[in-house]
Design a protein around this ligand. Sequence first.
Ligand code: NAI
Ligand code: A1CAB
Length: 271
Amino acid sequence: MTTPAAQTAIIGAGVMGETLLSGLVRSGRRVDRLLVGEKRPERARELEERYGVAVVGNREAAERADTVAVVVKPQDMGELLDEIAPALRPGKLVVSLAAGITTSFIESHVPEGVAVVRVMPNTPALVDEGMAGVSPGSHCSDAQLAEAEALMRSVGRVVRIPERQQDAVTAISGSGPAYIFFVVESMIEAGVHLGLPRATATDLVIQTLVGSGKMLQETGTHPTVLREQVTSPGGTTASALRELEVHKVRAAFLAAMEAARNRSRELAEGS
Ligand SMILES: NC(=O)C1=CN([C@@H]2O[C@H](COP(=O)(O)OP(=O)(O)OC[C@H]3O[C@@H](n4cnc5c(N)ncnc54)[C@H](O)[C@@H]3O)[C@@H](O)[C@H]2O)C=CC1
Ligand SMILES: O=C(O)[C@@H]1CCC=N1
C-alpha cells in the first residue's frame, strides 16, 4: 500500500508550529495529509503521540509536500532553507511565519519558481482566534496566496497586507498577546494588593477583558467612546485614568511597539 502524498508540511514544531498543526487538525485536515519536520527528537515523539502525525526529515517533508510552512526562529531560517532547497521544485509554496524574514531573503535561498508567502500569525490561533497578516512574494500566484490564506484561516482571521507593513503588524498583533497578558498580570496583582483573593481577582480581570473585547468586536463602537461611557464625571475611572496618564502608559505603548517594530527590522538583517 502506498502512502498518499502529503500536501502540507510544517517544519519547526515549537509553540507556533504546533499551534498551526493543532488548528489544521481541529479544522478537519486529514492527519495523513500533514507532515512535520522537527529538530528535537523528544519534541518530535511528543507530536507523533499527540496528533498521530508523521514526523520526518526536513528534506523529506519538503519533498513530499506541496505547501511547506517554515516555523523556525528567524536566526535558523537561512540554514533551514539551504537544507530543504534541493527538495523545492517550481510550483511548490513556502509559507514563512517568522518575524522579520523577508520574502526576498527566502526567494534568494530557494530555487527560482518556488512561490513564497510571508505570514505574521499570533498565538490566539491556538483557540481559533488568531490574527494573521499575509503578504505574497514576487512570484506567487493568486491560487498559492489563497492556499496560504486558507492555511491561516483554519486558526483565525487573515488580512492581506503589503510586505512593508509586516514589521508593524508584528509589533501589533504578533507580539500583541504578550502585552495583553502583561496588562492582565498587572491588574491581577493590583487586585491582590487591594485585598481580593487571587482567584477572585483573576476571574474578575479575565471576564472584564473578554467582555470588553466582545464589546469592541460586536458593537463596532470606537474605543474612545466605550472608554468615555465608563468614565463618570468625578468618578473612580477618571481617577484611575489620570494615574495611567501620569505614569505615561500611552507613551510606553508607543515606545514598546516601536521597539518591537525595530527589532523585527533587525531580525531581517540576521542579528
Ligand atoms: N511564538 C509566537 O507568539 C510567534 C512566533 N512567530 C514566529 O514563529 C517562529 C517560531 O517561533 P516559536 O514557535 O515561538 O519558537 P520555538 O522555539 O517554540 O519553535 C521553533 C521550533 O523549531 C525547531 N527547529 C529549529 N531549527 C530547526 C530545523 N533546522 N529543523 C527543524 N526544526 C527546527 C525547534 O526545535 C523548535 O521546536 C519564529 O520565527 C517566530 O518569529 C510569529 C508570530 C508569533
Ligand atoms: O517575539 C517574537 O519575536 C515573536 C514574533 C512575534 C511574537 N513572537
